[in-house]
Design a protein around this ligand. Structure first.
Ligand SMILES: *Cc1c(COP(=O)(O)O)cnc(C)c1O
Length: 589
């Protein structure tokens, strides 16, 4: 392939904003239907058909057909009003046109409808899931033969899956701590014990001749967490207040939900401060670990974020990993590290194949460190360009995957890899998302020659949009650093107050909402968490910080066609003209 040809090959993987690939895509979907029909006809060829030609011509039968046709027509009419997420004019949320292999894989699997809850209900669907988990694990930098995981209904559930596993593990260690204190008069250091690691756990069991079964009555999860707390308070002579979660303040709201649902209470949520670029401040993390140690609070997990929901930034995952590794080596503390890469996980495609032109050295290091974490959340239904609902939880090995099956939490039995239902929060699970992601990976590929190339081009498109708008309209104030394909901005004249800026940005956002030609989204950074970010942003145009929130227009440049020069030039010029027009009255107001 000449470079000319190879650079347009990506267009074969999307239907195209004007349904350019209609002819052959129609044939492929017809092929999926043909196969579905033929499968039925071939499998039990001697079984008699259930309906006869005369039956199919009775008025009731014909009426049923008409009803479906009319119902479908109604549905199609309604869908005419759906948000057009296929077009490059849609730069709102984390969604865009889907890849064709994703749609085809999803549709083909849907027709067979396996339930990945167990291998009984999904003979092929579960195999596809296993394979796609290995593909995702490899892309994220895990050893694919050791890593494991499953497809979830999305990133929220995948985050919960990680909390559940981290708790399962720590609960074992804490039950041993309590058992030894109550039964043997052996007082381990509580904080040390809460992060003892499986090897130390096994050593202590052997040393004190304790059976795993003996611990059941000492587990907070298997008995009663309040009683457990009282017993710990008595055993250690200081109030036991339970585990904490250290999550950066740029977190997705699913983390607050997790603290709530898992019964830790929202005070167990210890936010790690952000730096002036909205990334986790690792010194703040170290401080919180010390605080937890001082207060005798087990650390359930440390979370870092790859691709924040609001602005797409990447936390210094490698530095977090470095801190935790040093603590493991120096203190023997094994602290769970989860990376919430729901959005940014697929940026790892940029690390595979031709070296990427868009990642900074720091972000390359951060993304390369994901494979050292205990667990990762990744959403194929975001930067994987597959249909909803498809998230995934990946753990580095079977041990990190182990979780309570509501029966005796035998580690040994967990390692036998039981049917999925006992180790997933969800019960019934569709195999369609697994097939969509699988076919995308097998055909388009999770590297810079495939999906990674599209992601890279969307990042470049985002930067070029920023440059053109910035050159034309000095009052558009971009939020730095904008390292991926999410761009946020406010609108302000030099020296404007933050209150006036917010009012103007709100006004412009409302103009976008009222204009059918473009879709953008809006986000608000607020509170102490974002103080440094807000001060830096407003300071850059000499503004006055007289508000504690910063309203931003947010655009996610995921649509692959932004890389087409004529598309990006005409849409950018159109948006510039509108912003220029809209900002005048806002300025005057
Ligand atoms: C989107 C997102 C989630 C939640 O994922 P859903 O699939 O919407 O449930 C969690 N964390 C981050 C960082 C996200 O971007």
């Amino acid at each position: 392939m000449t470079p000319e040809n190879s650079s347009s090959a990506y267009k074969a993987y999307f239907l195209g904003p004007r349904a350019e690939n209609e002819a052959w895509v129609r044939a492929e979907f017809q092929g999926i239907l043909d196969h579905w029909f033929q499968w039925r006809k071939d499998l039990f060829p001697n079984d008699k058909p259930v309906s006869t030609k005369p039956e199919r011509r009775t008025p009731a039968y014909l009426e049923a057909r008409e009803r479906m046709a009319a119902g479908l027509e109604d549905l199609a009419d309604l869908l005419d009003g759906e948000l057009p997420k296929f077009t490059p004019r849609y730069i709102g949320h984390m969604v865009s046109d889907l890849t064709l292999p994703a749609l085809m894989g999803h549709f083909a699997m849907l027709l067979h409808n396996p339930n990945n809850t167990s291998r009984d209900a999904s003979k092929i669907g579960s195999i596809i899931e296993e394979q796609v988990v290995a593909m995702l694990a490899e892309m994220l930098g895990f050893a694919p033969e050791k890593a494991t995981g499953h497809i979830t209904g999305g990133g929220t559930v995948a985050n919960f899956e990680a909390v559940w596993r981290a708790r399962f593990r720590q609960d074992h260690w804490l039950s041993l701590v309590l058992y030894l204190a109550e039964e043997r008069g052996v007082k381990l250091n509580l904080f040390q014990g809460a992060h003892m690691g499986w090897a130390r756990f096994a050593e202590l069991l052997a040393e004190h001749d304790v059976l795993l079964d003996d611990l059941r009555e000492y587990s907070a999860v298997a008995t009663n967490p309040y009683e457990f707390g009282e017993r710990m308070t008595n055993a250690f002579g200081r109030p036991y207040r339970g585990p904490v979660m250290l999550v950066p303040e740029n977190k997705h709201f699913s983390w607050t939900k997790a603290a709530n649902i898992f019964g830790y209470g929202e005070h167990a949520f210890w936010p790690v401060p952000l730096d002036a670029y909205g990334k986790m401040d690792v010194e703040g993390l170290t401080g919180l670990i010390q605080k937890a140690q001082k207060e005798g609070r087990p650390i359930s997990m440390v979370v870092s974020v790859a691709g924040t929901t609001e602005t797409g930034e990447i936390d210094p995952i490698h530095q977090v990993q470095g801190i935790l590794k040093a603590l493991r080596e120096r203190e023997g503390w094994d602290i769970w590290h989860h990376v919430d890469a729901a959005y940014g996980g697929f940026l790892c495609t940029l690390l595979r194949g031709e070296p990427s032109r868009v990642l900074s050295a720091e972000n390359t290091k951060a993304l390369s460190a994901i494979g050292d974490a205990h667990s990762v959340t990744i959403d194929p239904h975001k930067l994987g360009y597959v249909p909803y609902s498809c998230g995934a939880i990946i753990t580095k090995d079977e041990q990190a995957y182990a979780v309570s099956s509501f029966k005796a939490p035998y580690l040994e039995r967990q390692l036998e890899v039981p049917d999925k239902w006992s180790t997933t929060l969800e019960g019934s699970r569709s195999a369609a998302g697994a097939a969509a992601t699988w076919l995308t990976g097998k055909t388009f590929g999770f590297d810079t020659a495939g999906l990674g190339g599209v992601i890279e081009e969307t990042i470049l498109a985002c930067r070029s949009f920023r440059k053109k708008v910035g050159d034309a309209l000095p009052f558009v104030r971009f939020l730095d650093p904008s390292e991926t394909n999410i761009l946020c901005y406010s609108l302000a004249e030099a020296g404007a107050s933050l209150k006036a800026t917010n009012a103007a940005t709100e006004e412009i956002f409302n103009r976008f909402v009222a204009c059918p030609e473009f879709s953008v989204s809006k986000t608000t950074l607020s509170g102490a968490a974002h103080r440094k970010v807000i001060e830096r942003h407003v300071g850059a145009y000499g503004g006055v910080v007289d508000d504690d929130r910063l309203v931003l227009i947010r655009s996610v440049f995921m649509n692959p066609f932004w890389r087409e020069l004529d598309v990006s030039e005409s849409l950018t010029a159109d948006i510039i003209a509108r912003l220029d027009d809209w900002f005048q009255p806002a300025k005057a107001a």
